[in-house]
Design a protein around this ligand. Structure first.
Ligand code: NDP
Length: 323
């Protein structure tokens, strides 16, 4: 590694980024992780993780991420807080410019920027964020003890959050735009059996309303079948309608699908030397364990690419892919 050009820079510090860091650090590549807006990623805003192998009684999300970070650091990963504002992938070494103006150059780049919660796009939503509107039940549920809340969405996240909130709130209303849930059967069964959870089917949120102090006190709902509008009295509205990959930074430089996910072959992007791992390139599985697996793959590929050079690497990768 020369003084000013790094071998590996990893953007993002969730399971994908930290696993890539662990592997590249152990390969003596002295990786640098730029931690981003939410160091540790989405698992830092969750509670118990029950599907991370090896923890039969579960592990707390923030603890798991702190352990992953410590492990990566132990093997020589450097960390930098801050956001990458610009990247130039048109020539190598690649150039990254941070929000503080600092410029970093690297031979390879591993993109592990993850995904962020989607919003409904209502004018009230942003204004009332933190005043009753939230995208994270495990972060904010505590504030709604013994108060009525609504959850918007019909996927696993919405139902998981509804179940979590049912332990705190006085009542939880799930507002879903269709009349069937997308969530897994086991989650649905739990929610249907929970007396503190009710459902508003075929319903969209038109607006979130607030009292004179500016705190949420209701949601204006429209039945999509009948067009009837009414206001549900709730103190909190949790939006759980999925996630958007954090790829704006790479627009015009890395190939993306219509949802904004980076298009990869394995973990290779369309730019040689740039790899992507985790929620940023995975619209299907989106699990901590699959992200970590992809982070491992990106690290191994980056190491191979540095060692073999582009032509040899592609020859090898093509051979592996067709094996
Ligand atoms: P999903 O994309 O699975 O579900 C999003 C939900 O929000 C859908 O019901 C969708 O409605 C609804 N929705 C989307 N956009 C809007 C909108 N503009 N207005 C109103 N409703 C909207 O996202 P999740 O975050 O729930 O899950 C993502 C992935 O993570 C999935 O693969 C899921 O299985 C997984 N996951 C697994 C968990 C577990 O196993 N414990 C926990 C949480 C997530 P519609 O159904 O009509 O499209």
């Amino acid at each position: 590694m020369s003084d000013d050009v790094r071998d590996v820079v990893i953007i993002g510090s969730g399971p994908a980024g930290l696993t890539a860091a662990l592997y590249t650090a152990r390969a003596n590549l002295h990786p640098l992780v730029i931690e981003g807006l939410q160091p540790g990623g989405q698992l830092t805003i969750t509670t118990m993780v029950e599907n991370w192998p090896g923890h039969k009684d579960g592990v707390m999300g923030p603890q798991l991420m702190a352990d992953m970070r410590a492990q990566a650091e132990h093997f020589g990963t450097a960390f930098m807080s801050g956001l990458v504002e610009r990247v130039d992938l048109s020539q190598r070494p690649f150039t990254l410019t941070l929000d503080g103006g600092q410029v970093i150059r690297s031979r390879t780049l591993i993109v592990a920027t993850g995904a962020s919660a989607k919003l409904l796009g209502l004018p009230s939503e942003m204004k009332l964020m933190g005043r009753g509107v939230s995208t994270c039940a495990t972060c904010d549920g505590f504030f709604f003890r013994n108060r009525p809340v609504a959850i918007v969405g019909g996927g696993d996240t919405a139902i998981e959050e509804a179940l979590y909130l049912s332990k705190l709130a006085s009542h939880v209303t799930v507002i879903h735009r269709r009349d069937t849930l997308r969530a897994s059967k086991i989650m649905q069964d739990k929610a249907f059996a929970n007396p503190k959870i009710s459902f508003r089917w075929n319903t969209e949120v038109e607006e979130i309303v607030a009292d004179e102090r500016g705190d949420v006190n209701g949601a204006r709902l429209r039945d999509t079948k009948t067009g009837v509008v009414d206001t549900l009295a709730v103190d909190g509205v949790f939006v759980a309608i999925g996630h958007t990959p954090n790829t704006a930074l790479f627009k015009g430089q890395l190939d993306m699908d219509e949802g904004g996910y980076l298009v990869t072959t394995g973990v290779r992007t369309n730019v040689a030397g740039v790899f992507a791992a985790g929620d940023v390139q995975d619209p299907v599985y989106r699990q901590a364990i699959t992200s970590a697996g992809a982070g491992c793959m990106a690290a191994i590929d980056a190491e191979r690419w540095l060692e073999l050079g582009d032509a040899e690497y592609h020859h090898g990768a093509a051979a592996t892919a067709s094996a």
